[in-house]
Write a protein that binds this ligand. Structure first.
Ligand code: FAD
Length: 345
């Protein structure tokens, strides 16, 4: 089939326990922009058991159409039946672009699906655009238009690569949670809902789930925080994080950290910001005793306001900061907390 016959931007609408994951709304937000550039529509692919009722939520966040694959075999996520579901949707509906969240589920599903439908996949994209490929015309090489340009850090974050998939369809990418922005919810918006079931045969190759044990965590999700008070190695010890916790409490924020802090065992991995941690986009991000390594900055540079406190005036964090204070955090942070509490009193 000719590549031009593949149409539309599709996103995998991940749900867990019949609750749509935030990443699905974020992908719809990006999908909408890509679809506008391509003059096409956004389709959400909703896979599960008893999930049809969730289609309206996807419409409210921008889906023009929702393809529902609903089957008891799809109740919990398992690699094989979900791969079969998505690969069958691709075979039947022939999307031009297919986006999946780089969640634990998406990281398992994406590579399986792309191998099954014989296309490529760019993992962990930080930016997606429509454009020409190669980016500049090269004599003797065909330049294709309206290609999905998938950008991601490469070689441990030391370079940024823009990758395209000019010869196969769909063009597939995974995107980390928190990287793309969801659109404003349009209450009452409706999408065309299409049910599709390729048939599922319980088969010996399927993994049988005997028991699901949910991780219980009292750690907040830093991706939801409007204000983050983030500490780095410069904080000095787990105990000294009390300074940052007091500041966070005074301004209604949450504490997060750099990888050096996690590696030192001062804070759990769930609080790590950066390339191998979480991508955050709060209104205010305090970077306290954080040098501003590229792998850290990759996870917080989209914050609305960045305030850096560092004793080294040449620290790279000041290159991305909106406000910078050069000095010892042990003096500055308590003073700041005191001033904020005084202003509130
Ligand atoms: P440092 O670089 O040691 O900086 C400490 C800073 O504190 C310094 O700038 C210093 O001037 C300042 N300071 C010290 N004392 C004080 C004081 N009293 N008052 C004020 N300032 C003070 N890092 C991440 O954060 N997130 C990631 O997801 C991540 N992923 C990575 C992935 C790969 C593949 C690799 C190779 C690295 C990754 N890193 C990541 C590590 C990253 O390269 C840096 O090593 C790390 O971010 C450094 O953490 P830091 O800024 O807390 O510590």
């Amino acid at each position: 089939m000719a590549l031009e016959e593949y149409k539309g931007v599709f996103i995998f609408a991940q749900q867990v326990d019949n609750e749509i994951s935030n990443i699905a709304f974020e992908l719809l937000g990006k999908g909408k922009d890509l679809a506008a550039d391509l003059g096409t529509e956004v389709t959400a692919v909703l896979v599960g058991s008893g999930v049809k009722g969730l289609a309206d939520q996807l419409a409210e966040y921008g889906a023009d159409r929702v393809i529902v694959v609903d089957d008891p075999e799809l109740k919990e996520y398992r690699t094989e039946p979900y791969t079969h579901a998505i690969a069958s949707v691709i075979d039947k509906f022939k999307p031009d672009v297919f986006l999946i969240g780089a969640t634990a589920i998406g990281r398992d599903l994406g590579p399986r699906v792309c191998a099954r439908v014989h296309t490529g996949l760019t993992a962990d994209c930080t930016s997606l655009d429509i454009g020409d490929f190669p980016l500049v015309a090269i004599p003797g090489r065909e330049q294709k238009h309206n290609q999905l340009l998938m950008t991601r850090p490469a070689f441990g974050g030391n370079t940024i690569a823009t990758i395209a998939c000019p010869d196969f369809r769909p063009q597939m990418a995974t995107v980390r949670p928190g990287v793309m922005q969801k659109k404003e919810k349009v209450a009452g918006a409706k999408a065309v809902v299409e049910e599709f079931n390729p048939g599922f045969t319980p088969n010996a190759n399927y993994v049988e789930i005997l028991e699901i044990v949910k991780e219980v965590s009292d750690v907040v999700d830093i991706q939801d925080a409007k204000i983050l008070v983030s500490g780095g190695r410069g904080v000095g010890s787990a105990e000294n994080f009390k300074l940052l916790e007091d500041l966070a409490a005074a301004i209604g924020g949450e504490v997060s950290c750099s990888r050096a802090v996690v590696d030192s065992g001062w804070k759990p991995k769930e609080l790590q910001v950066g390339q191998t941690g979480k991508t955050v986009r709060p209104h205010v991000y305090f970077a306290i005793g954080i040098s501003g390594a590229i792998q850290h900055v990759a996870g917080m540079e989209e914050s609305d306001i960045i305030i850096a406190i560092n004793k080294d005036e040449t620290a790279p964090i000041f290159d991305v900061a909106d406000y910078g204070v050069v000095g010892d955090l042990n003096k500055i942070v308590p003073l700041l907390t005191k001033q904020i509490l005084a202003a509130k009193a």
